[in-house]
Write a protein that binds this ligand. Sequence first.
Ligand code: MOS
Length: 736
Amino acid sequence: MSAAAIGEPLTRVDGRAKVTGAAKYAAEFEVPHAAHAVMVTSTVASGRITRMDTTAAERSPGVVTIMTPANAPRLPNNGRAAVNPPAGRVLQLLQDAEVHYNNQPIAVVVAETLNQALLAAALIDVRYQSTPPKLDFQAGFPAAHVGKNKIPSMLSEGDVAQGFAAAEVTVEQIYTTPKQNHNPMEPHGTIASWDGELLTLHDATQYIFGVKQTVAKTLGIPEDNVRVLCPYTGGGFGSKGSTWSHVVLAAMAAKVAKRPVKLVLERPQMFGPVGGRPETYQHIVLGAKRDGTLTAIRHDCYSHVSTVEDFVEPSSSQTRMLYAAPVITTSQKLVSLNVGTPTFQRAPGEATGTFALEIAMDELAVALNMDPVALRLKNYAEADPTSHKPFSSKHLRECYEQGAGRFGWSKRNPAPRSHREGNLLIGYGMATATYPANRSESQAAVRFEPNGRVTVLSGTQDLGTGTYTIMAQVAAAKLGLPITLVDAKLGDTRQPQGPVSGGSQTAASVTPAVQAAAEQAVLKLVTLEISNPGSPFYGALPEELDFKEGKLLRRSAPASGIPFTEIVGRNGGAAVEAKASAKPSQDVEEYSQHSWGAVFAEVAVDESLGMPHVRRLTAVYDVGTLLNEKTGKSQLIGGLVWAQSLALEEETHIDPTTGRPVNNNLAEYHMPVNLDIGALDVSALGTPDKNFEPLGGRGIGEIGITGASAAIANAIYHATGKRFRDAPITPDKLLA
Ligand code: MOS
């Protein structure tokens, strides 16, 4: 087998383990003597618990312990000691009797078996003093507040009044997107086991080091006393980026029960206690000259938060950088509701923000009688219009051109309702996709094993994105080895520290560290050999040597290589390992760093049934180097499918009286299934962005969900002549 190459569409190295069930997810680990815990959650949205009678539950068979606000271990700072770390949230850890949302954790029942725990949990009698919950999003606008966040809540570029005064055509509309919940296939789950003062957590997470830090701080124990393991994450999409209540509750319960405890959330508990995407209300005003030149953009956003903690869904983010308007003004305001705290959900900000902005741009194109692609090219930003920095790399123009060509955009008759096939109205729509390129410091290690294999390690996560494969592929490519000789290991806080797998940053953060570690490991082999009298390289200068295809060789005599196993053997037979760290250089800050894409949609709408069907999506992305064409495209495809879900199906319904999520299951929480998905034509330009990271790759996990929902909405307008501005565009709206 030949050496692995960057970009090669290698099959994921963990694929077989996953489909055969050999891959172990957090809750599947067999921890001896583990008891089963279930979380009891509130049935009111606001108020306090006045009485919790556990008498019957305690007598129920198999019960080990019941933890309530009355008897739960007291935590430092009422369980809020870790609210500051990156992953730290305001948690519900049974430290008081307050209820802030319906479905809030209020007790934990531990029993010998899961069924016994469930039965006992049902026997707990809870009484509340209920107060009227705040559940009406729009009613909260007058009292909306500005959140604490990295993202500035208000920003104006240029003279706003002048910008709109200069406009000859104006589009002003309101766009909304609903509450959503991530619902990865693998629910959140934790197994906590104590060995004296040492805590081991098997946890379903996107951030093992964040869990380690948050749990240690919350419990008031040294960080080094906590080990977190997560070899596989069954999807996360942002919900597993933070440490939520159940993780700490499992650790507390295990301490009380004096034995390991396994706590897995039931599907309905995925709606509230572990975040979700907040509802948005977005007011957009676009001002333009008759020729399409934008004179001003206004984008004011409201999103909801819980009553305990702020989270900003920055839907105005892309509006600050996407089009070259001289005036750009944006704002973000928050409305507190008695619901679970929202969090990052795939492309937080850009997913909802591009839905609004890119429909508004379509409306402007209609108002100007201009082609939507031409309007975007007219306002193409050559540099970031608000930071005024150059882009690290931008080839969006090629995305529009290639996308339009592949899709057959030129065949589109711009008149709405101009294309009919019997009962079906056919529409074409397009939109721009964009997402920031993120990267942070990461460590990795590379180890030459005595058996001739190479191990690459980093304490990161693979949430189904292909991290194992990319780590092995980049190490193999660097060392000139086939990928079959490289084993990737991740998901253990004893490994070199990796960053959170959020913000599409894992590959761009971890692979530079893998490359650096591979270089350092080779250097170790070299150092060992040139100082070893028993080596043929004894006394050589490092620069005279090279490492190719698993062999150390003299550059002057490349045929005379020595396999690394021989070197390992010569040095006592212990693996030769090196660790390295990589972080973005200071220069990166001189650039505005983003990925780009153009999405084209064909939608057929059955006029009498109001049923939309997305027949095909063509998407062309500029995401820098695609490190692995197969796993990379899978990410982009997954994003597009979710964009269709955002446009047409997905919504968490909260009962307006009780605050209970009513469609809290995968039958009623609608999302596309195979039958709903049409032809997907996804490609990436592959132009490296060396200003961003050494291999030139930017993240790909999130950009797929951006823009595409607007392309679908715009295609529905083109098909039907009716404009829809509220996601999801469901048949009832289409028939109205
Ligand atoms: Mo992603 S929403 O940053 O996990």
